[in-house]
Ligand binder design. Sequence first.
Ligand SMILES: Cc1cc2nc3c(=O)[nH]c(=O)nc-3n(C[C@H](O)[C@H](O)[C@H](O)COP(=O)(O)O)c2cc1C
Length: 194
Amino acid sequence: MNLSIAIRNRRSIRRYKQKPVDDKLLLELIDVARLAPSGGNMQQLRYVVVRTPEVVQKLFAHTGWGGHVRPKRSPEWGKSAPLAFIAVIASADNVSTHKIVYADAGAAIQNMLLKAVELGLGTCWIGNFKEENVSPILGLTPEMKTMYLVAVGYPDETPVQEDIDTGTPTKYFLDDKDVIHVPKFKVDAITIWK
Ligand SMILES: Cc1cc2nc3c(=O)[nH]c(=O)nc-3n(C[C@H](O)[C@H](O)[C@H](O)COP(=O)(O)O)c2cc1C
């Protein structure tokens, strides 16, 4: 798939088909995460792939979804919830002292989100969870911290993006056909030339 198309088509997905994702595809996502830039090429991130239904369910119970369209786009376990998560992990020391690891996580996650589009998968970057609830489920030692979760599954919705001017509300919203609209600032509205 052409990269520009993947970038434009990627949307956060909050409704998933109840079809498992093959381990091979999940590994392909980690494989592109590892190729992302990292500060000093230190490669401090680790990944936990969760696809065993009981563990996915436990994690899912601690995640928050679609704050602007709640509760309509809060996935339901067994109906519209993702069938896998990839947890992005760093050592707690690095997370508290090195803000660079957040940039590393962003670069790695974006690679995964775009690759997922190519693979026909949907994703949602999840930051809405309490680390102390999630890391024990993943069996992490105390010095490891869950930075983010990436929900992965086959998409069962097609959100649309639309261009807006600055000053316009940025909250995503549901229309009367139950489609999510995601406003993004127009390029000219956010670019300064010198
Ligand atoms: C750091 C970060 C954390 C996020 N956390 C959540 C989350 O916990 N729950 C959720 O439903 N969406 C979450 N999102 C998705 C954003 O809501 C979404 O990216 C934004 O609304 C723009 O929509 P788009 O991804 O379709 O472009 C997160 C995104 C980022 C970058």
